[in-house]
Each structure stands twice: as C-alpha cells, then as structure tokens.
Ligand binder design. Structure first.
Ligand SMILES: NC(=O)c1ccc[n+]([C@@H]2O[C@H](COP(=O)([O-])OP(=O)(O)OC[C@H]3O[C@@H](n4cnc5c(N)ncnc54)[C@H](O)[C@@H]3O)[C@@H](O)[C@H]2O)c1
Length: 465
C-alpha cells in the first residue's frame, strides 16, 4: 500500500525534560564507569574495529558472529582483516574481548550493537535477512534495561518498522521498547547509529569522526550518546532512528551521485581530448563550493554501489522516484564496459584482438590499499574480458587468490609482476600505492590506466581511460 502522508517516519521533537527511568539511570552510570558489558553482533569490517575501540576503553566486549571461522580465529588471538594485526587482537583479548556464536549470552549484556550486512538481493532490492535473523536470535534473551543499537546501513524506518516489532513480539518478558521518554521496569531502549568508517583512510582518527545517534525516545538517545561518547570525541543527536538512517544514506548518495557526475564528465573529456584529472586538480584550487570526486573503473565496496538503492526501494512505498540515484547508478554501472572498450581499442591500435589477448589486471580490491573485494569493479571487468575471449590474469598484493564470493567464482591465483612483457595489455584497475608504476610502464607492452595511477609518466604505451 502506498503511503502519501507521514506516518511512522513523522519527525518528532526531542523532548527536553523526560522522566528518567531508574533502568536508564542505572545503565548510564554503568556505561560511564565502564562496567557495562557490551555485545557487538557481526565481527566484520565494522564490528571488529568497533569492538577493539571499546576494549581499549576498558569495556568488557563480547563479539557475536555466526561465522565459526571468525569466532575461532578471534578466540585464538588471530585476525582475518588485513589492517588489524593479531597483536591487536591479543591485546584486546587480554583486555576482555571474547567471541561467541551463542546468543544465550545476550542476557548478560547491557548494550547490544548490531553490525550485520545489508546487501541487495538479485532483484536489486534490500535484503534485510541479516538484520531480521539477528533480531530473532536476540529477542528470546532480551531483558529490561538493555540498549539495542542498529549500525547497519539501511532505509529510513528499518529500526522502527522491522527491528523493534521482532524484539517486542518475540521476547519472553512482555518487554516493550521505550517510546514515551518515561519507561517502566518492562522497557528496553533502541537507537540507530550509522557507521562512518572510511577503510584505508589514515588521515582521520576513528575517535575524531563524529557519531550520529537517533534514539526511539530521549532516554534511548541519551544512553546511545553516552555509549558512543566513551569512544568518539563528538556525538551528534538527531530526533529519531529514521533521521539517523537517512543521514547515512544522504552521505553515501552524495558520493554516488558526484562520482557518477565526474565519470560522465570523464567520458566527455576523453572524447574532447581533455584530461579530466588535470581539470579536477585545477577546480580543486577553488577555496569554497567545490569538493573533488574522482572518476574510476566503476563503483565498489559494500556501501556506495548498494546503499542508494535502499532508499530508492523505500521511496516507491511513498509513490516517489529517486531519479538522481537511478541516473547515477546507470552511469556508474556502465564504467566497467567503458574500460573493456578502452582495452579493446588500445589493442586494436596495435593490430591485436581482445579475443585471445593476454591481459594482466593490476589491483582487484575495490579501492586503493585495502583488502576488500566486495562489489569490486575488477570482478565485473574480469568477467567481461573473459566473455570476450581474453586470457585474464591478475596481481594484487592483498589477494593471493580470488576464490568464490556471493556473485563470482573465479578461482584465480595472483600472478607475479616478473616478465610483464608477456602480456598484451596491463590494465590498472586499483591504484595500490605499493606498485612501482614507472617500472610497470617500462616493462609492459601496453598499459591501460583507469585510475590515473601513471600521472606524471609520459610514454606512448600508456592509454588513460
Ligand atoms: N565496511 C564498511 O566500510 C562500512 C562502512 C559503513 C557502513 N557499513 C555497514 O555496516 C554493516 C556491516 O558491514 P561490514 O562491512 O562490517 O560487513 P561484514 O560482512 O564485513 O561483516 C558482517 C558480519 O556479520 C556476521 N553476521 C551475519 N549475520 C549474522 C547474525 N545473524 N549474527 C551474528 N553475526 C552475523 C557475518 O558473519 C560477518 O562477519 C553493513 O550494513 C554495511 O553497509 C560498512
């Protein structure tokens, strides 16, 4: 049924003088004295670093994950994320970090932070199954006075319309989420707080990234602000979980649309014989009103290619079409195809066909200097090249092999960078900083560069696309 007027998502005013429940006072003082026991659900790229931040601040943290391999690795003091060392895990374990798959332990926790995946299904629609499965698993162990915070990126309304009904409907004590700001001894608290991690970015300390929180009621906001205030320097409160959910989507849609804009302008610049990178650098000297975005071989990662479609899906319920999101999606999805035609054109100019050509892809991670392959444009590019009959190899210092993922099954091994001249084309897809681009250009027969990684190197072998 279409929604034409504001219902559950109607913005609410923050109540300034609520009656404070003894339950929330008790939890707040436990948080402030670091006595609160924390559960982080989903020990992935978001949950594990968050758990480490809390153990650094002397909280007792239990990480929950359904992936037994992750639980066992953490409990053995190991790491499965490249930028987190085993030493960091061992230090955290000495500080009380534990990992488990046993949801019965939820009842011992004071605050529960959910960081599970929110992908799209095969029809490009939100797949909330990880959130709903988590909610079903938590609910039977829920107790009064606990705080539950959802961090997974999702459309506005998920916390109130999806998470809360399961928690309320399936707990054993008839507990209700605090809504009025008053609370009772049968209340638990709920908030949404989006994650703002930027993998690979070492210029901003995690602590210095302001944390947005939106509680279901003022007490939930107060508790979530206390919880995150213990690890972040600034907490920004908004009036509702939905406002916090929408904040995250605005941030990611802003990136998605601006990347699409610059990708489109790159295609035009190539046709006009202009160097878009030079133009962006020049425009970036404007001290106000311009933020640079850079073109590339296509979008990657768990967030930017996925999150905008959460909003466009939800918008349909309100009889609304999010045209910027759709157009940006169309342009960004087309970029790997542009890369393929650039490789084919470059080979053609050397009187070679793509069919049968040996192509080495440099960099398969979705962005520079990280070990994350999710939604990487390199995966699409490999598949498209193979479809055209190319003989494809890859090199990436972060991936000794590429096996099977949710949408691919490549079974490829990382090739060495020796004898680069055996390849008809070296295609730069991810501009890792460790590569010696001068040497690569010197050794290769032909270099197609989709990232401007060869900036400053002049050689007729280079084709920038
Ligand atoms: N990775 C990022 O840079 C980033 C940045 C901002 C926001 N986010 C958002 O954060 C959320 C988590 O992303 P991520 O990158 O950490 O994902 P991830 O895939 O790295 O980790 C998620 C973890 O959750 C576990 N899990 C799934 N279902 C579970 C369940 N029912 N119970 C316990 N554990 C379960 C998985 O096994 C996995 O270990 C997503 O919504 C994502 O959009 C991610």
């Amino acid at each position: 049924m279409l929604k034409f007027s504001a219902g559950i998502l109607r913005p609410r005013k923050i109540m300034t003088t609520p009656t404070i429940s003894p339950l929330s006072t008790a939890l707040k003082s436990k948080i402030e004295s670091r006595q609160a026991k924390l559960a982080v659900i989903g020990m992935g790229y978001v949950g594990l670093p968050l758990a480490l931040l809390y153990t650094e601040q002397k909280f007792g943290v239990t990480g929950f994950d359904i992936d037994k391999r992750k639980v066992d690795t953490l409990n053995a003091g190991g790491s499965y994320i490249f930028r987190i060392t085993p030493t960091e895990i061992q230090t955290a374990r000495a500080g009380g970090l534990k990992a488990t798959s046993n949801y019965a332990q939820i009842s011992e926790m004071d605050a529960i932070i959910i960081c599970v995946p929110t992908p799209l299904n095969e029809y490009h629609e939100p797949d909330l199954s990880f959130i709903t499965n988590t909610a079903h698993a938590i609910a039977p162990h829920l107790r009064a006075g606990q705080l539950v915070v959802l961090e997974s990126t999702t459309y506005p309304g998920t916390t109130e319309e999806v998470l809360v009904p399961i928690l309320e409907g399936e707990n054993k004590g008839g507990l209700k989420a605090g809504r009025s700001g008053n609370g009772s001894e049968k209340t638990f608290y709920v908030a949404f707080s989006p994650e703002r991690e930027d993998p690979g970015n070492t210029s901003v300390a995690r602590r210095d990234i302001p944390k947005v929180v939106g509680g279901l009621d003022p007490q939930a906001s107060e508790l979530a602000a206390a919880l995150y205030g213990s690890i972040f320097n600034r907490v920004v409160r908004v009036s509702s979980p939905a406002a916090a959910e929408m904040t995250k989507l605005l941030e990611n849609i802003y990136r998605c649309v601006n990347i699409a804009l610059v990708n489109e302008l790159k295609l035009l610049s190539l046709r006009m014989g202009l160097d878009i990178w030079e133009v962006i650098d020049a425009a970036s000297t404007k001290p106000f009103g311009f933020q640079p975005f850079y073109p590339g071989p296509g979008l990657g990662g768990h967030c930017i290619p996925v999150d905008p479609f959460y909003l466009s899906w939800k918008a349909k319920e309100w009889d609304f079409r999010t045209r910027f999101i759709e157009l940006a999606g169309e342009i960004n999805v087309g970029m790997p195809y542009h890369v393929i035609s650039s490789v084919a054109g470059a080979l053609n100019r050397q009187k070679k066909a793509l069919n049968g050509a040996k192509v080495l892809i440099l960099g398969v991670a979705y962005k520079r200097d990280i070990d994350d392959l999710r939604e990487s444009p390199a995966l699409t590019i490999i598949e498209l090249l193979q479809k055209e009959g190319a003989n494809v190899s890859y090199n990436d210092p972060y991936f000794p092999m590429i096996g099977k993922g949710r949408k691919y099954d490549l079974q490829m091994k990382c090739a060495s960078l020796d004898n680069l001249d055996q390849y008809d084309c070296v295609l730069i897809v991810t501009d890792h900083s460790d590569y010696d681009y001068r040497k690569i250009v010197k050794d290769a027969q032909l270099v197609v560069d989709s990232r401007n990684a060869t900036k400053g190197i002049e050689d007729p072998k280079i084709v920038r696309c």
